[in-house]
Design a protein around this ligand. Structure first.
Ligand code: 13P
Ligand code: SF4
Length: 302
C-alpha cells in the first residue's frame, strides 16, 4: 500500500495534479488527497487550484461541478459508475414542470444535481450554506430541489421563508427512521446526536447539532465530550475514529454506506492518474449557465 501511495504522489507531481476527496470516500484515499472535506470546501478548492489536472474522489456531480468551475483543466473521475441517486431524481424536464407549477419564484438547487439542472436554477447551495443561500435571496418563497429534507430543514431554520420542496431525497440519509433514532437516543440519553440535514425532519428533530459532513467533524473537534451518536454516512465515522481514538462514535444505524462513494480505492486513483481517465466534459452552453448558478453561491459563501 505504501508503494502505491508513493507512486500516486509521484504521478501527481509529474502531472501537476491535485486530488480532491469527499469525506464519504474510503478512508485510505486521505493518504494521497490534497484536500478532504464536504461539498462546499471541495468546490472552493476546485475553483482555487492552480494545478492542471483535478482527480475527483467523489461522485459524478462533484467532478462535473469542478469541470464547470475550471473549464480549462482536465477533470478526472476514477469510476464513471460513481453517481448520486439523489442528483438523478430530477432532470431538466422535471425541473421545468416544477417551475411551471410554481411560477416566478427563485429556484435554489442543491449542488447534488446535474449540470443541466443547475443551468436553469438561480443559485446553488450545499448542506453547509443552504440557510445562508436561501436567506440571501430575500424572497418570501423559494423553490428548492432536489432534496426535500434539506429544504424543509432550511425552512425551519429561517422561519419567514416558504420553501417549496421537490420530492427528492438521499436514499442513505432518508433510510434512517425516526423510531430507530429515538431508540438509540433513549438508550444513550446523555450522548449528543449529530445529524446531517439530508436526514428526515423527524430524525433531525432529535439532533443536538445539525450540519454538513465537515460541520459534524468540526463539532467533534471542538467538543470535550467523549461519546457521540452520528447520523450520516459511515465515511465520517471512519475519519472520526481515526482522528479521535480516545473518543467513541455510535453510528445511528448499521450499513449507512453510499455504495457509489465507495467505488474508489487507491488502485483506482492510481489508474485514473496514470491513464488520465475518466475525463469529464460538459457542453459549453450548459456549462456557462451552470457556472452562474455555482459562482453566485461561492460569492454568497465568502
Ligand atoms: P456535504 O458534503 O455537504 O456534507 O453533503 C453530503 C453529501 O451527501 C454529499 O453527497
Ligand atoms: Fe448522493 Fe446520498 Fe450518496 Fe451523497 S450520500 S452522494 S446525496 S446518494
Amino acid at each position: 500500500m505504501k508503494e502505491l501511495v508513493n507512486k500516486i504522489k509521484e504521478l501527481k507531481e509529474r502531472k501537476n495534479a491535485v486530488i480532491l476527496a469527499h469525506c464519504y470516500q474510503n478512508v485510505e484515499i486521505d493518504d494521497v488527497a490534497d484536500y478532504v472535506g464536504d461539498s462546499l470546501y471541495l468546490s472552493q478548492m476546485a475553483a482555487k487550484t492552480g494545478a492542471k489536472t483535478i482527480v475527483f474522489a467523489g461522485v459524478y456531480f462533484m467532478a462535473q461541478t469542478a469541470k464547470i468551475l475550471c473549464p480549462d483543466k482536465k477533470v478526472l473521475l476514477p469510476n464513471l459508475k460513481s453517481g448520486c441517486e439523489m442528483a438523478d431524481m430530477i432532470n431538466l424536464m422535471q425541473l421545468r414542470e416544477f417551475k411551471r407549477k410554481n411560477p416566478n419564484i427563485p429556484t435554489v438547487c442543491y449542488i447534488n444535481s446535474t449540470a443541466e439542472v443547475k443551468s436553469e436554477c438561480d443559485i446553488c447551495c450545499t448542506s453547509s450554506n443552504a440557510v445562508k443561500i436561501v436567506e440571501s435571496l430575500k424572497s418570501p418563497e423559494v423553490l428548492f430541489l432536489p432534496d426535500q429534507n434539506l429544504g424543509r430543514w432550511v425552512e425551519k431554520q429561517l422561519g419567514n421563508v416558504k420553501v417549496i420542496t421537490y420530492s427528492g431525497y438521499c436514499p442513505i440519509h432518508h433510510n434512517i427512521k425516526p423510531e430507530e433514532t429515538s431508540k438509540v437516543k433513549a438508550a444513550n440519553p446523555d450522548i449528543k446526536l449529530l445529524a446531517h440535514p439530508e436526514c428526515r425532519e423527524e430524525v433531525v428533530s432529535y439532533a443536538d447539532f445539525v450540519g454538513s459532513t465537515t460541520g459534524i467533524m468540526n463539532f467533534v473537534k471542538k467538543s470535550s465530550d467523549k461519546k457521540f451518536i452520528i447520523a450520516t454516512e459511515k465515511g465520517v465515522v471512519d475519519r472520526l475514529k481515526r482522528d479521535y481514538p480516545d473518543k467513541e462514535f455510535i453510528l445511528v444505524k448499521e450499513n449507512l454506506i453510499c455504495e457509489s462513494m465507495k467505488l474508489n480505492y487507491l488502485k483506482d486513483i492510481y489508474e485514473s492518474l496514470n491513464n488520465e481517465t475518466f475525463e469529464i466534459k460538459v457542453d459549453d452552453e450548459i456549462s456557462k449557465k451552470a457556472l452562474k448558478c455555482i459562482d453566485r453561491m461561492l460569492e454568497v459563501s465568502k
